[in-house]
Design a protein around this ligand. Structure first.
Ligand SMILES: NC(=O)c1ccc[n+]([C@@H]2O[C@H](COP(=O)([O-])OP(=O)(O)OC[C@H]3O[C@@H](n4cnc5c(N)ncnc54)[C@H](O)[C@@H]3O)[C@@H](O)[C@H]2O)c1
Length: 338
């Protein structure tokens, strides 16, 4: 029997990393997690072990410490890397710019350096729709001019450019995945979204209102030029996103593609549309309060998904009702998170 390929998941205990871990297992890979639990809880590891019924290879440590990254490569014969580890709060990045830039950039540089030393040349990188800044024409395709409107977005653009730089010098094969808005949980509802940081995104906040933990949802802005005045986003089920990583990995194992790909559904939903969908699946009334717009929020963004279909032969399968149902299932079965 052929040995399973070792895939290093930096930030593998986080929201997207933990779900991708399970998709990789299902597809016959051997994922190895490196995480410092800055924004994730150790219970994630227990839950993953419970689901897969065996121990996980885990390195607890900070990827900004070069020695820790080198030790991971020394210990395991890593065939490829999926690099999730980063700080991700747009709001926090504005007040702590150097903290964000250094964690996100130094982490990537240490990973690339270790890959070069250990002759591992395949990497999938977590980027974000925020590299499109405040673009007005929709949908956004991958060749849209990138522009940052906050330090988090700047860190993603710099990291994308670093990968391009190393393409020749380290013979790197990379796929940059630009995520839109992942929501929902694994079908077991044993893992889901429960960061240590404050939840600032829409769906977990709606879930908290539905379960009675918050009295109302704050809706930021209702006079945008959109279908009903509220912000429009492209939401994608977390397991569709996780499967997109497996497709990306398979692609770079076969060819050196070195490109960027949007992972979204290609459809935008307004805040009010999401509230209605959530009310339908939960049977709960979602109270809300209109609040001023937040600086840095764009009115509308959704993905052009043609390239994902063409290059990865991947597209999302779950619709918005299924996404809301999944989020509600996580909330009901884990009212206090992990
Ligand atoms: N969730 C989203 O909406 C979204 C959207 C677009 C892009 N992204 C990107 O996807 C990636 C994963 O996002 P997520 O939602 O799973 O975030 P997350 O915070 O849940 O997971 C990130 C993980 O990385 C770890 N980490 C951070 N810095 C580290 C370091 N220096 N060393 C070791 N571990 C470190 C954290 O502890 C956490 O477990 C990030 O790069 C993020 O920027 C996320």
């Amino acid at each position: 029997m052929k040995a399973k390929k070792n895939v290093l998941l930096t930030g593998g205990a986080g929201y997207i990393g933990s779900h991708t871990f399970l998709s990789l297992i299902e597809n016959g890979y051997n994922p190895i997690i490196i995480d410092n639990f800055h924004n994730s809880k150790k219970e994630v590891i227990n839950r993953l072990e419970h689901i897969i019924k065996c121990k996980i290879n885990l390195i607890e440590g900070d990827i900004c410490e070069r020695e820790i990254v080198l030790k991971a490569f020394e210990k395991f014969d890593i065939s490829s890397v999926i690099h999730f580890a980063a700080f991700k709060s747009v709001e926090e990045s504005v007040t702590k710019a150097s903290y964000y830039l250094s964690n996100n950039i130094i982490g990537l540089l240490n990973i690339i350096e270790a890959m070069r030393i250990f002759k591992c040349n395949k990497i999938v990188f977590s980027s974000s729709a925020c590299v499109y800044g405040d673009k007005e024409e929709m949908p956004v395709s991958e060749d849209t001019h990138r522009k940052f409107v906050n330090p988090y977005g700047q860190s993603k653009i710099i990291c994308e450019d670093i990968l391009e730089t190393y393409k020749n010098s380290a013979d790197l094969r990379y796929l940059i995945l630009r995520y839109f808005n992942p929501i929902g949980c694994h079908e077991s509802a044993m893992i889901g979204e429960d960061p240590k940081s404050e939840l600032s995104n829409l769906m977990p906040n709606i879930a908290q209102v539905a379960i009675g933990k918050k009295p109302y949802l704050e809706v930021f802005g209702n006079d945008y030029n959109t279908i009903d005045g509220t912000g429009v986003r492209d939401y994608i089920h977390i397991m569709d996103l996780a499967d997109g990583h497996v497709a990306a990995l398979k692609k770079i194992e076969i060819e050196g593609v070195n490109t960027s790909i949007n992972l979204g559904t290609g459809k935008g939903y307004s805040v009010f549309e999401i509230i209605r969908a959530y009310e339908k699946v939960s049977g709960k009334k979602i109270e809300y309060k209109l609040c001023p717009k937040r600086s840095g929020d764009v009115p509308i963004i959704f993905a052009d998904i043609k390239k994902a279909k063409k290059v990865l032969n991947w597209n999302s399968k779950r619709d918005i009702i299924e996404m809301c149902r999944s989020s509600w299932q996580w909330q009901l079965e884990n009212p206090d998170g992990y």
